[in-house]
Design a protein around this ligand. Structure first.
Ligand code: ZN
Ligand code: ZN
Length: 298
């Protein structure tokens, strides 16, 4: 089988596509103008900066890709991501500026943080972030003038383009149609949300960091892996059957899923879907469920 023969198509989103789709969402719901404008701005910085990250050959290929998948190992371990620190610092600054320009209110200490961030600080913060150790990250972030959550968000958004570059060639070599894990098989991060593939209803999740898509069993909870059908179900509003909330009564978490998208799946911009279905998050929380995924901005 040749590279690219697998069925699951990865997303293909460009700046012009995101802009076009963003306008459509805002036309339908004018109250989303602010948050969608913010996403457009951040995406445009990420896209522009990503062009400065050199293409590299993937660090594993062919049989190694399949064997890592079979063993449940990540295709891209944290130490395998190559990060150009000066470029990362520039990215953090530019994304921070975008948040200041388009965000609702200015977070305390943000300007001071952006002005003061040095490569050495960035390196330490990235190490803490990549280690996935919340305490370590928070203790590193505490000496900074902004809240640790905001630094985390800035890093998440700024590292994404490095992950896109590395994840793309790996995802294209891997059979990701049926991967029974609730975190990204390439980089290990949480998904953003899911959609049902038009041709066969396969439930596809999309990584909030590297953007990889993978097929996940419909009869399993992505967060606690239960397959107890008594505990799993979905609901939707009568006036909007294309947006479902999959609820799990075992771990009390939920997943938002889009279905019936009329365009090509590759061009479905899930971050925009997520931002435009915030009312479903409120509904799920009202019913006592916690979000199992990340959001676009957290
Ligand atoms: Zn990922
Ligand atoms: Zn669950």
């Amino acid at each position: 089988m040749n590279i690219g023969d697998f069925n699951l198509r990865q997303r293909r989103i460009s700046k012009s596509l995101v802009n076009r789709r963003a306008r459509e969402y805002v036309e339908k719901k004018p109250q989303l103008k602010g948050i969608i404008g913010l996403y457009r701005e951040v995406f445009s910085v990420q896209r522009r900066m990503s062009q400065r990250i050199p293409d590299r050959l993937p660090h594993i290929e062919g049989a190694q890709v399949s064997s890592r998948l079979q063993e449940g190992k990540l295709l891209l371990e944290p130490e395998e991501v190559e990060i150009d620190l000066p470029l990362l610092v520039e990215m953090i600054r530019e994304i921070g500026e975008a948040l200041l320009r388009k965000g609702e209110k200015e977070p305390e200490g943000m300007r001071a943080f952006l002005e003061g961030i040095a490569q050495e600080t960035a390196r330490e913060l990235v190490e803490g972030y990549l280690a996935g150790d919340e305490d370590r990250f928070n203790s590193l972030a505490e000496s900074q003038p902004v809240e640790p959550e905001l630094i985390y968000l800035l890093l998440h958004l700024s590292l994404a383009p490095f992950y896109w570059k590395a994840a793309g060639p790996l995802a294209r070599q891997a059979d990701l149609d049926q991967v029974p894990r609730g975190t990204c098989p390439v980089c290990g991060d949480l998904p953003l949300m899911g959609f049902l593939r038009a041709e066969d209803g396969l439930r596809v999740l999309e990584c909030s960091r590297c953007g990889t898509r993978w097929g996940f069993p419909r009869l399993m909870c992505p967060f606690c892996s239960t397959t107890d059908q008594e505990k799993l179900g979905y609901i939707y509003a009568e006036e909007d059957p294309n947006h479902r909330l999959y609820l799990c009564d075992n771990c009390h978490r939920y997943l938002k899923v889009t279905q019936g998208y009329a365009g090509k799946d590759e061009e479905l911009v899930l971050p925009l879907e997520d931002l435009s279905t915030a009312h479903l998050d409120l509904e799920a929380e009202k019913r006592g469920y916690r979000r199992g995924c990340r959001t676009v901005f957290s």
